[in-house]
Design a protein around this ligand. Structure first.
Ligand code: SF4
Length: 243
């Protein structure tokens, strides 16, 4: 599939029209992975409203905020749908804790990435197994790392990936969620703009960039968990993907 032509074709569409067109263009199973952030909540709303045949899934790392689990239940009730959980293998978590400690991810980048591998990357691989398309809520203006993000790209696993909100701002998305009464994580109002695992997420100080609260003890330029890797082995960006 020519991802550059999809990018061009979808550029002038609304996010929901992009989702509908993507569903029509990609044969086979399409999965949307939600972490229940505000972007993902908007996408869930759009998928539910259009009744698209797209599988909703989440990576339940076991270390999420109580507010996130509550929002998970609330979202399923609001839209009458099920979100499939993908949890880490118990043996992998046990081995990690034996080797690094229960909060070993603070000790070094290697220890942190090892935890993300066990709790996120391996479950994601299972979630995406057999899928042809993957939808995420990434936005280009979330961080310097994501500045060149493409709307459509080819993932390293060979999936066609759509980021239907890639060119929206956070304010656009907040306005949409307000207008459509979309349930959102109450942590957003307490300074947590990007929400991940509890021990690896803190509230932002005024003026800090949106993802500064994630793995805040690490180098800003390396703050990704490894989920979003393109066919070239790098973060899925527009320039590198040729779109
Ligand atoms: Fe582990 Fe933190 Fe990564 Fe969650 S975000 S998987 S707790 S290192």
């Amino acid at each position: 599939m020519d991802v550059a032509s999809l990018h061009e074709a979808y550029a002038g569409l609304t996010p929901q029209a992009r989702l509908i067109a993507f569903r029509a263009a990609v044969p086979g199973r399409i999965i949307f992975t939600t972490s229940f952030g505000i972007e993902d909540q908007m996408i869930t709303h759009l998928i539910a409203e259009a009744q698209l045949d797209i599988t909703l899934a989440t990576l339940d790392t076991g270390r999420l905020f109580p507010e996130t689990y509550a929002l998970w239940a609330k979202t399923e009730a609001r839209y009458g749908l099920k979100i499939t959980p993908y949890a880490p293998q118990a043996s992998g978590v046990e081995e990690y804790i034996r080797q690094y400690g229960i909060n070993g991810f603070y000790a070094s980048p290697e220890a942190r990435k090892s935890c993300c591998n066990v709790r996120k990357i391996a479950p994601l691989a299972r979630a995406l197994g057999g899928a042809a398309g993957w939808i995420t809520g990434l936005r280009a203006d979330q961080s310097a790392n994501r500045a060149g993000l493409a709307m459509v790209s080819e993932d390293a696993r060979g999936l066609i990936k759509l980021n239907p909100l890639f060119d929206l701002t956070r304010a656009d998305i907040a306005d949409f969620c307000d207008a459509h009464d979309v349930p959102v994580n109450p942590l957003h109002d307490r300074g947590f703009l990007s929400i991940g695992c509890t021990p690896c997420t803190r509230a932002l100080q005024p003026g800090e960039p949106e993802r500064a609260g994630r793995w805040w003890w690490e180098d800003e330029t390396k703050k990704e968990c490894g989920l979003h890797i393109g066919a070239d082995g790098r973060l899925t960006r527009g320039a590198e993907a040729g779109v």
